[in-house]
Design a protein around this ligand. Structure first.
Ligand code: KG4
Ligand code: ZN
Length: 343
């Protein structure tokens, strides 16, 4: 056996697979520590302005074996040393999930290993336990991705309660659709972030629709951005080209204000000041900066994941699987992935 710890042999060596959307990823975790995390991002969707589900499934098929092989090699682990195999059960694109789950189940069957199903959104939150600065329970996590916008009270590793969420589009979708309208390729979030960094966030104002309780809505604002762009390009065909940074900065500022307002309300309602963000949009530099500044003012302990653990990755799936394995929450070979899975 490979020598990992000279004092005692590892108890848990998990191979984790993530294939819910457009990243094929595999990671190896030894006793809860990430030893490798390989992510193959599918670039084929760029020209379509969004993820094309069938193309995503095909790309996962092409990527999965090389990605798993690389993850095992990087961790210096032989497949016979594995103690369990984890995969994303959902939510996600069904065809994409099926590639990861079928691979994981077949590999587990061949190696006679238990399987662990992981909820993708729980995994985004548990990415906070990969690094050393870990939040204390209970904490609030604002989980912001391409498919979800949720406020979650995290009571323990596997005990979470959604206290607010979007009633229509996700904030990542608002970033991506707006970018598409600005003629930027998919995924537009990182590009809006890049241009926003050199723009004036107060150059343009947009109406914010108040949502009840801790819920969000992004479909109205997404349409407002579209009309704003249409009206201005009618008057000046070069409006976008000449004002791209200011447009991106103003749109990003508005989206961050919506998120922060509800996060503050969630903290006030629950009395919790341990505050975390997770998911692809938590990579946004404006959101990260605003959260740190507001957190200081409000006496929050703020937790922000490393960039590589914000967007989809298998390390976070492995982290969630590690805690599930401790609780002996293994799954049956008969279970199937679920596109619209909640916690
Ligand atoms: O968590 P994730 O990788 O996949 C899902 O579970 O959906 O999130 C992807 C989303 C996309 O909408 C992408 O545009 C957004 O995260 N994103 C960003 C940034 N990086 C990724 N949005 C704003 N700023 C960024 N820097
Ligand atoms: Zn995700």
């Amino acid at each position: 056996m490979n020598k990992i710890n000279s004092l005692s042999p590892p108890q848990s060596i998990i191979l984790a697979i993530e294939s819910s959307c457009d990243e094929t990823s595999a990671a190896v975790l030894i006793d809860g520590k990430v030893r490798s995390n390989v992510v193959a991002t599918q670039t084929i969707h760029q020209k379509f302005g969004g993820v094309v589900p069938e193309l995503a499934s095909r790309a996962h098929q092409q990527n999965i074996i090389p990605v798993v092989r690389e993850a095992l090699e990087n961790a210096k682990i032989n497949k016979n040393q594995l103690t369990s195999i984890a995969y994303t059960k959902g939510p996600g694109l069904l065809g994409a999930l099926l590639v990861g789950s079928s691979f994981a189940k077949s590999f587990a069957l061949a190696l006679d290993l238990p399987i662990i199903e992981v909820n993708h959104m729980q995994a985004h939150i548990l990415a906070h336990f990969i690094e050393d600065k870990k939040p204390n329970f209970p904490f609030i996590c604002l989980t912001v991705s391409g498919g979800h916008t949720q406020l979650v009270v995290v009571k323990n590793y596997l005990e979470m309660e959604i206290i607010g969420q979007t009633l229509d589009d996700a904030v990542g979708e608002a970033f991506d659709k707006t970018a598409k309208n600005l003629n930027l390729p998919y995924p537009g979030g990182p590009l809006i972030d890049k241009y926003a960094a050199i723009g004036n966030p107060l150059a343009y104002q947009f109406p914010i629709v108040e949502m009840p309780e801790l819920n969000f809505s992004f479909s109205g604002i997404k349409t407002a951005f579209l009309y704003f762009l249409q009206n201005n390009t009618k008057k000046d065909p070069l409006f976008i080209e000449n004002n791209l940074s200011d447009i991106c900065a103003s749109i990003q500022y508005t989206l961050i204000q919506i998120l922060l307002k509800k996060l503050k309300k969630a903290s006030l309602n629950t009395g919790i000041n341990e505050i975390a963000i997770a998911g692809g949009v938590s990579a946004n530099s404006g959101l990260r900066k605003t959260l740190l500044e507001e957190g200081k003012k409000l006496n929050w302990n703020v937790y922000i994941p490393k960039l590589e653990y914000c967007t989809d990755n298998a390390a976070m799936i492995g982290m969630a699987a590690y805690y599930k394995a401790i609780e002996k929450q293994f799954s049956s070979q008969q279970s199937s992935p679920e596109a619209g899975l909640l916690f």
